[in-house]
Write a protein that binds this ligand. Structure first.
Ligand SMILES: [Zn+2]
Length: 280
């Protein structure tokens, strides 16, 4: 059984200077395509659900859908909850079988973010579940979470040291200028800040907002020390490309194959650039 939390895979990635792709899925087709594409290329993978997906499909249905896939695959796969702002939803997913949780307390003041994240870490530790925390605000639109550019603030380096030490999170997502959704104009990333954080924080680092970043940007972030990169919007766009291309067809299975092919291409490209191919 290759169903794991993301601690060991991120440790290996940080050591080996590559990153694990964390891809959002929202139905069986996307979950299966992501896992099978990674299995074919022997890449570890993180399957992510948004809170919105959890709300719409329910934890039991999601587990029924992905658990057989995760148990069957030969590559390490983690089931991760992305950007959860509600303690109750996080606990619900941990009880249902998620192996990893992101608690996003970035909209709270520092002390409150630390306190709330610590509570999740304590709950998760008992179940061998990994926890990701966030500091600063990652701008853009992700599901129901909207952070406008002006309100967005980058993660402070000293506070990053304190946050990771005090909360004991397994993965840390500092805001460094990446954004959710599609970038408006050229992304402005603070590499120096990311590098400073890498130098002073022991925790594995996560980059959000992978959609729309150039390959050399990914490589630079991985070289600095990113070991998990989130890709959500690109999966959704691929799904719709396949759907549009299937317009006029009368065979649903053929339409499914077109959506699969598009999703497969995005995942293949990402794991190639992230360097995780052959690491499982
Ligand atoms: Zn994010």
């Amino acid at each position: 059984m290759a169903y794991v939390n993301m601690i060991e895979m991120m440790n290996q990635a940080t050591k080996g200077r590559y990153a694990i792709g964390a891809f959002n899925f929202f139905n069986y087709l996307t979950a299966r395509t992501i896992i099978e594409t990674c299995e074919e290329r022997k890449s570890p993978v993180i399957l992510q659900t948004s809170v919105k997906t959890v709300r719409q499909l329910g934890t039991a249905h999601i587990m029924d859908m992905v658990l057989p896939l995760m148990k069957k695959t030969s590559v390490p796969v983690a089931l991760h909850l992305d950007h959860c702002k509600e303690t109750e939803v996080a606990k619900q997913c941990m009880d249902a079988g998620w192996s990893s949780i992101m608690y996003d307390g970035s909209s709270f003041a520092f002390e409150e973010n630390v306190a709330k994240t610590k509570e999740i870490v304590a709950y998760a530790k008992k179940k061998d579940i990994s926890v990701e925390g966030e500091l600063g605000a990652i701008v853009g639109v992700e599901e129901d979470i909207v952070v406008d550019d002006h309100a967005g603030s980058l993660a402070d380096v000293d506070l990053s040291v304190r946050f990771t030490a005090e909360t004991g999170v397994d993965a840390f997502a500092p805001a460094i200028g990446t954004a959710h959704g599609m970038y408006k104009g050229k992304p402005k990333l603070d590499y120096e800040r990311f590098s400073d954080i890498r130098g002073r924080v022991k925790t594995n680092l996560v980059v959000h907002g992978g959609t729309g970043l150039a390959d050399d940007v990914f490589r630079r972030l991985i070289q600095i020390g990113a070991s998990k990169i989130n890709v959500s919007t690109a999966i959704k766009m691929a799904y719709f490309r396949g759907m549009k291309a299937s317009d006029g067809l009368t065979e649903p299975l053929q339409a499914d194959r077109m959506m699969e092919k598009e999703v497969q291409e995005v995942v293949t490209h990402c794991i190639g650039v992230f360097g995780s191919v052959g690491k499982a």
